[in-house]
Design a protein around this ligand. Sequence first.
Ligand code: NDP
Length: 275
Amino acid sequence: SREISGLTKVYGILADPIHHVKTPQMLNALMAREGRDGVMVPFHVSSEELPRLVDGLKAMKSLGGFVVTVPHKTAIVDLLDEVSDSARRIGACNVVRREEDGRLVGDMLDGKGFVGGLIAAGIDPKGKSVYLAGAGGAANAIAFAFVEAGVARLTIANRTRAKAEDLAQRLAEAFPGAPVDIGTADPEGHDIVANATSLGLKAGDALPLDASRLTSDQIVAEVIMQPEETAILAAAKAKGCRTHPGKPMLVCQLDLMADFLGMRALISHSSGAAS
Ligand code: NDP
């Protein structure tokens, strides 16, 4: 079994509330499995205290980095020393690495995880026509990742149309000529149909799009992990569509996080020497 020593790298997760997070369990299991000397623990912090905590973390030499989740993904951006181009465009970070010199470097992996999960399942969005329901945090990251992956067309549909328009405009600014348009609830004519709204989390939620318009040649993908089969996935299955659940997004993201945080480069120190 693993022991924490004076050489162990420490990782955190920033959230508020924090009791429900599952990332530490999963990344600790990954580090244990791969024999890496690191540990991830909860860093419960309010929005008000976030700047003070992040400033202090720059001084913490044993820190490898941290994961960032609700409600801090947007606010963290301006507190970091460096942010990847794609995280800057999205306006959010969900993972931060601490460099040797104390600089904090952020990236956003939600969208890359979603697209990577599709690719791992043999679904390459390159050159495909994609319908995306939602314009919230997850949808923003996913929309940028789809455009970066070279989709032929991206149609964004959201309850609050102004948010879809804002997202489309930011995509067009970041990628001039990006094939982005605003859609209705009708996903007809797209190769890949993705739900990035929170509709489907709760039993009895309305469907995020008009399932009666789905055709059996479409692939329907989901961001929601629990339940494993949301109402829209069940409706898509009934229509003969191939479905893709929310779990691969998480699996792919954990992998990307472990790489970004340098977990796989950690040295495994044998326990024994006491101090
Ligand atoms: P946000 O609150 O930022 O966005 C919510 C989205 O859902 C908005 O587009 C919103 O529309 C829409 N929505 C919510 N309620 C309704 C409703 N009653 N009718 C129509 N539309 C509605 O949430 P996030 O983007 O952060 O999260 C969305 C989902 O993604 C969550 O279920 C989360 O669990 C999942 N997720 C999964 C991950 C994974 O690894 N699998 C990673 C990250 C998120 P409007 O703009 O009109 O309010």
